[in-house]
Write a protein that binds this ligand. Structure first.
Ligand code: ATP
Ligand code: MG
Length: 412
């Protein structure tokens, strides 16, 4: 695969004032087109620094895409840096100047273009200007052993120009639109995954990447030629069979399984306060299976709405196997569903005790076959505990739906 690299230019980027979203966009676009992006760099507005970065990135690359520094002000040095790199001369492009005047006229009818903007028509001799139909700054294209494309920094201008310029592929050969295949799985940690499939993680042909989602599921991404990518994805899935999800994530997999059985679901949430219902509710078509949910935060609600017995609450406390099971059974009865989930835990940051520390969450899944409970310990902020607890509840439902948790031996 031809190598492409990205250079994002701007003091605001290296000073951490602006998130470099242009690089993310470009990396994805270039990857989708069949380039192998192996480096993304940022440079401040210093001209010498930009020249150095451009020279280093050009080494061995088919394409370098730069963004930023094409404005009309003194700190916009990209065109000067490129001119120095090419040891060329900075000359005015007549068509670029005409396009700047036309763009200016459209944006501010009747106002004369300030002389300072004329600078934006300067390009190194022998290079090509690229039209910008959303702003005044034209881009610059240099064809050669390494093709350079310089684009403005304003994200919406940059995106439109990048898509147009790169769609032409600029005579770069060897581009094959890669196939992207994803395998989703859950219920297994990243390090266990590494142990079981580490030898299949190749950097190219096909390229295998792993991403751990905040929701707690893992995505394996295989990028390469279609036949190779598909074969590798099958190999990966075969090694992790029992953990593979049919849909991209736990919630859609659970909903698909419920749909398949024509089962309905209800939810009783204490510590997750709606996160679980929200994860389900985010899915289109969930109305076929989701009956409703109760946020039973206060003990009174657990008792009065879900029917959790007061002595049970007193004896075990709200964060316990007995109470969470009773909550699931209560909400299942209340909404007359086939399956019900419940959560009760210590979301923190305060309220933990030696027996019930922050991050301890009890989960229950009730069906006609009985009720299964499970406890998990989740580290991190309140937000993380809530989000992960919701995912852990979905994992429990997934295990129950797949017959991997027998009611009698799973309670603990
Ligand atoms: P022009 O687009 O006028 O040629 P420029 O290319 O130097 O100028 P700037 O004036 O530096 O662009 O930035 C314009 C806007 O685009 C600013 O709001 C800046 O924060 C934003 N921007 C620049 N580079 C990036 C980047 N890599 N990612 C996200 N936003 C960016
Ligand atoms: Mg800038």
């Amino acid at each position: 695969m031809p190598i492409a690299r990205i250079l994002a230019i701007g003091d605001e980027l290296v000073l951490g004032r602006t998130v470099d979203s242009n690089s993310t966009f470009l990396a994805r676009l270039l990857g989708d087109l069949g380039f192998y992006v192996d480096q993304v760099r940022q440079s401040g507005d210093d001209e010498t620094g930009i020249v150095r970065a451009m020279a280093a990135l050009a080494e061995g690359a088919s394409l370098v895409v730069c963004t930023g520094g094409l404005g009309p002000t003194a700190d916009d040095r990209t065109r000067h840096a490129l001119t120095r790199l090419l040891q060329a001369e900075l000359v005015e492009s007549a068509p670029a100047w005409r396009s700047i005047k036309a763009a200016w006229g459209q944006l501010r009818p009747g106002v004369i273009v300030p002389e300072i903007n004329r600078q934006q028509a300067l390009i190194p001799r022998g290079t090509t200007w690229l039209a910008n139909d959303r702003g005044t700054a034209p881009g610059i294209l240099v064809r050669g052993p390494t093709t350079f494309i310089c684009l403005p920094g304003v994200p919406h201008e940059m995106k439109a120009m990048a898509e147009r310029a790169l769609a032409r592929r600029l005579g770069i050969t060897g581009l094959v639109k890669p196939a992207v295949t994803e395998v989703y799985f859950s219920g297994i940690g990243e390090s266990t995954a590494q142990e079981r499939i580490g030898d299949l993680f190749t950097a190219s042909d096909p390229q295998v990447g792993i991403t751990v989602n905040e929701r707690g599921h893992i995505t394996l991404r295989v990028i390469g030629r279609r036949s190779q990518a598909e074969a590798r994805a099958l190999e990966l899935a075969a090694r992790l069979t029992e953990h593979v999800l049919p849909e991209p994530g736990l919630a859609p997999s659970v909903v698909a399984a419920l749909n398949h059985r024509a089962w309905t679901i209800a939810v009783a949430e204490s510590c997750t306060c709606g996160h679980l219902t929200a994860q389900l509710g985010a899915l289109p078509g969930v109305s076929a299976v989701l009956r409703g949910g109760v946020v039973a935060y206060h003990e009174t609600v657990k008792r009065q709405v879900l029917g959790v017995p007061a002595p049970m609450l007193r004896r075990h406390g709200a964060v316990s196997a007995a109470v969470v099971a009773s909550m699931a059974e209560g909400v299942r009865k209340l909404f007359a569903t086939d399956l019900a989930l419940a959560t009760s835990g210590v979301a923190g940051p305060d309220g933990g005790s030696p027996e019930k520390p922050v991050g301890l969450v009890w989960l229950a899944c009730a069906t006609t076959a009985g009720t299964v409970t499970r406890s998990v310990r989740i580290a991190g902020s309140r937000e993380r505990v809530q989000a992960r607890a919701a995912s852990a509840a979905l994992q429990l439902a997934w295990d129950v739906l797949n017959g991997r948790t027998a009611p009698e031996n799973a309670a603990h």
